[in-house]
Design a protein around this ligand. Structure first.
Ligand code: C2G
Length: 449
C-alpha cells in the first residue's frame, strides 16, 4: 500500500484545497492529511484563520479523499510523521516548491500544481466587511498601531485626529490613505471603530462619544480610572450594540494565554501566590506626561494593568483586601507595591517608573510554579518548575513585532462575531482594574514609603 501525506490549514475549504487533496490521493492508496492546530497556526503567523481546528478537520474529511486526519502541532513534526506512519510520498501545493526538499531523505516529495485564482486569504477578504478604524491620539503608542494592524485582515485605518495639529500632521505625513480630521466629530463620521491612544484622563470622553455615535472602541490601558465609569461604558456599549475593549496587549498574547489556561487546568496545583513586576525607567525627564499628576501620571496608572492581569485572571475579581505601598515624588508614585489577599492566596505586584525591579512573573502553586522571565508582559517563553526537576517543562513561542496585532485581531473577531466580551479580558476584569486605580486615587489602604 502506497501512503501519501499532505499538510495544510484548510481554512474556508475551497476548490483549490479539494483539487489538491484529489491529486494527492491519486498519487497512492491511502491519504493522511495533517491539519494545523489553532495554536500552531498562530505561532507561524497565521492570525486570521476563520475556522477552528474541528471545523477544518470536518471540512477536510467531507471531501471524501481522505483516509486519516492528524493534527500538525509543531515544527519538525513532518519528519516524525513520515517515519511514524511509514509514508511513501509527501505531497504539497506548488506554492511551496523547493521548500520541502529536505524531506527527500525520508520519502518521495511531490509538488502538486496549485489551483490558480483562489485562496483562503482571498475568501476571507471577500466575505469580511472591512472595519474602518480612526485613531485618536497620534503619539508614541498610536505609531505602532498602523504597521501592526496591517497583519490583521479586515482592518483599515482611514482617519486620525489629534488635538495637536503638528502631531497629527506628522502622523499622516507618509500615509496618504489616512485622512487627518480637524475634529473628533469629523473623525467619527469616517469610521466604524475608534482606537483611543490619548492620555488617560481623556479616555472616558472619547469612548463615550464614540459609543454614542454607534462606533466600536478599542482603548489603550488604563481604559478609565474609576470602576463605575468602566461599568457605565460597558453597559453603554452593549446598549448600542458595539464592542468596547481595553487594549491590554499581554491579555491577547498567545503565550500568555496558554500559560493562563494551563495554570487554570491545575498543572501547578492550587495557586497560592502570584508575584508580577514591571518597571520602566525614564531618563529623569520630569516634563513627561508619565510624571505629571495633572495628567494622571505615575507608576500604577501607567503600568498597573499589566501585573494586575495575571492576578485577576487567575484569582478572580473578588479579593478580600488590597494594600498599596507607594513612593511618591512630585505628586505621582514613582513606585508602588500592592498586596492583594484572596481567601486562599496572597498576591503581590510592583510597578516602577523611578525604581527598577526584576520584571518577572512567578505563579506559585501547591504542586509547582510557573516562571516567566522579564519582560513577562511580552511573553514568549515560560517554564513550569517542580520539586522533581525531571518534570520541569519549557515553553517557547513567537512574539511578533510590537504585539498589538493579537489584540487588534481579537477585537475584530468580536466585532464580526457580535460578541461584547472576550475570555482573554473579561469586562468584569477591566472593571476590577479600574476599581483598583480608583482605590489608589482615593488613597484607600495606601501607605507612603
Ligand atoms: N492549495 C492549492 N491551491 C490553492 C490554495 C491552496 O493547491 N488555490 C494547496 C496548498 O498549496 C497546500 C494546501 O492546499 O498544499 C493547503 O493550503 P493552506 O490551507 O493554505 O495551508 P498552507 O499554509 O499551505 O499549509 O507546513 C506546510 C503547511 O502545513 C501547508
Amino acid at each position: 500500500m502506497k501512503k501519501v501525506i499532505t499538510y495544510g490549514t484548510f481554512d474556508l475549504l475551497h476548490q483549490g484545497h479539494i483539487n489538491l487533496l484529489r491529486r494527492a490521493k491519486a498519487l497512492g492508496d491511502y491519504l493522511i492529511v495533517g491539519v494545523t492546530s489553532d495554536s500552531f497556526d498562530k505561532n507561524r503567523g497565521k492570525l486570521n484563520v476563520r475556522n477552528n481546528v474541528l471545523e477544518r478537520v470536518e471540512a477536510v474529511k467531507s471531501t471524501g479523499f481522505v483516509d486519516e486526519v492528524i493534527i500538525e502541532d509543531y515544527v519538525g513534526q513532518k519528519i516524525d510523521d513520515i517515519q511514524k506512519y511509514d509514508v511513501d510520498i509527501f505531497a504539497i501545493g506548488s506554492d511551496w516548491e523547493g521548500l520541502f526538499d529536505y524531506l527527500r531523505e525520508y520519502c518521495e516529495v511531490v509538488y502538486l500544481p496549485r489551483t490558480e485564482g483562489i485562496s483562503s486569504t482571498m475568501l476571507r477578504e471577500e466575505t469580511q466587511d472591512e472595519v474602518k478604524f480612526g485613531v485618536v491620539g497620534c503619539g508614541r503608542v498610536a505609531r505602532r498601531f498602523i504597521p501592526e494592524s496591517s497583519f490583521v485582515s479586515g482592518v483599515k485605518v482611514v482617519a486620525a485626529f489629534d488635538t495637536d495639529a503638528d502631531t497629527l500632521k506628522n502622523y499622516v505625513v507618509t500615509k496618504k490613505d489616512i485622512k487627518p480630521c480637524l475634529s473628533f466629530d469629523a473623525l467619527l463620521k469616517e469610521v466604524d471603530a475608534v482606537y483611543v491612544a490619548t492620555p488617560h484622563l481623556s479616555h472616558y470622553d472619547y469612548i463615550k462619544q464614540s459609543l454614542l455615535a454607534g462606533k466600536h472602541v478599542l482603548c489603550e490601558t488604563p481604559m478609565v480610572l474609576r470602576g463605575e465609569r468602566a461599568k457605565e461604558l460597558f453597559e453603554l456599549a452593549e446598549n448600542r450594540n458595539v464592542v468596547l475593549m481595553e487594549a491590554n496587549k499581554t491579555a491577547h498574547c498567545p503565550a500568555f494565554n496558554h500559560l493562563m489556561v494551563m495554570v487554570k487546568s491545575g498543572v501547578i496545583g492550587q495557586v497560592v501566590d502570584i508575584n508580577a513586576s514591571l518597571s520602566k525607567l525614564w531618563d529623569d525627564d520630569l516634563t513627561l506626561r508619565e510624571f505629571n499628576p495633572e495628567q494622571a501620571g505615575g507608576s500604577l496608572y501607567e503600568l498597573g494593568s499589566y501585573p494586575l492581569l495575571p492576578i485577576i485572571k487567575l484569582m478572580g475579581v473578588h479579593y478580600d483586601d488590597l494594600i498599596l505601598f507607594s513612593r511618591m515624588k512630585g505628586g505621582v508614585d514613582m513606585y508602588t507595591k500592592g498586596l492583594v489577599r484572596y481567601p486562599s492566596a496572597v498576591c503581590s505586584f510592583q510597578v516602577g517608573l523611578g525604581v527598577k525591579t526584576e520584571g518577572n512573573l512567578v505563579i506559585s502553586g501547591t504542586k509547582g510554579y510557573a516562571y516567566v522571565p522579564a519582560p513577562w508582559w511580552k511573553t514568549d517563553y515560560f517554564e513550569l518548575r517542580y520539586e522533581n526537576q525531571n518534570e520541569n517543562k519549557k515553553f517557547f513561542y513567537q512574539w511578533d513585532g510590537d504585539g498589538l496585532r493579537y489584540e487588534i485581531q481579537e477585537f475584530i473577531r468580536c466585532v464580526i462575531g457580535h460578541r461584547f466580551s472576550t475570555a482573554r479580558l473579561r469586562r468584569r476584569e477591566s472593571i476590577c482594574m479600574a476599581e483598583i486605580m480608583q482605590r489608589f486615587t482615593e488613597r484607600q489602604n495606601l501607605y507612603e514609603i
